[in-house]
Design a protein. Sequence first.
Length: 338
Amino acid sequence: MSTLLDTLNRPIRDLRISVTDRCNFRCVYCMPREVFDSNHVFLPRRELLSFEELERLVRLFAEEGVRKLRLTGGEPLVRNDLEQLIERLANVHGIDDIAITTNASLITPARAKGLRDAGLNRVNVSLDALDDDTFKAVNDVDISVQTVLDGIAHCRDAGFDDIKINMVVKRGMNEDDVLPMAKYFHGSGHILRFIEFMDVGNANGWQPDAVFNAQQIVDTIHNALPLEAVEPNYAGEVAKRWRYTDGGGEIGVIGSVSQPFCGDCHRARLSAVGQLYTCLFASMGHDFRSLLRDGSDDDALRERLRAVWSHRSDRYSEVRASLAGTPIKKVEMSYIGG
Ligand code: SAM
Ligand code: SF4
Ligand code: SF4
């Protein structure tokens, strides 16, 4: 079978699956309380793709080239029995890597072990500050830094050896925590990845001057802990790699705004209700749930995927500047996952 490529010759390799639109945090840059308040209507259970439906889609997507899965949300660990889903997906032919992105606040020792036993390969933990007041101001639900650090420790104890820490940096929110975070994870064996604040969705009121950019992040760290650039692990790696010259390990910097990387983007995102988004900044998804639920056969689903991907031309980050000022309705991050 021919390799499925988009109009810019990019294959589909990674699938990010949002398993829920709910979250126990209200991070100010993602689910600000003013928007995601008690009046916000979250998806009812029946609307979410079932584990059977997800397994079927992943099997077909794997046939078209998908190798890596990332479970995300919302907070993926608020979805009941997530371990059962992981077990199913780990057995799909062609899938060689399953990762999760989580705020880690719900990870107990038993949950960490359950995730590992189910076949989860990697964990990315989001932590935006080491200072408790700053972190609580970001998550807006009074969860302490220690809760997240405990979650990381439980994952390590359960045998996960590739745990990355993700820190979104927003000017005026947490740029003063860049260096303390770097120092804390220096020498820990965990790769800390800094992520520029992005204009995903419309709820967070993004403005260009709120971006503390990749160069500023590197300079802040380099002045105290000297860094040198490292070659990427593979083409299309989104994080630029930097190594501490004193042997204290490495960091990653994801400059989605200042250093766009659409050229190698082989990621697709599936919302919890089965809409496929071919770009993080898309305003529209492509419906797969109706086909899953109307008795369509595998060929019909395959055909839809091939039609969607072969027409894909997304490169939003590369054309962002030229769109400045154009109002665009974009899907929220908590809906399609990071
Ligand atoms: N709840 C999980 C978590 O926070 O890890 C998974 C979902 S969350 C939407 C996935 C990632 O997206 C997190 O690392 C989060 O910090 C990041 N994120 C959310 N909104 C963002 C934004 N506007 N810019 C950059 N990263 C963002
Ligand atoms: Fe929840 Fe993750 Fe968004 Fe924070 S970044 S509100 S933890 S989904
Ligand atoms: Fe991929 Fe869209 Fe991000 Fe470009 S802007 S890297 S196409 S998700």
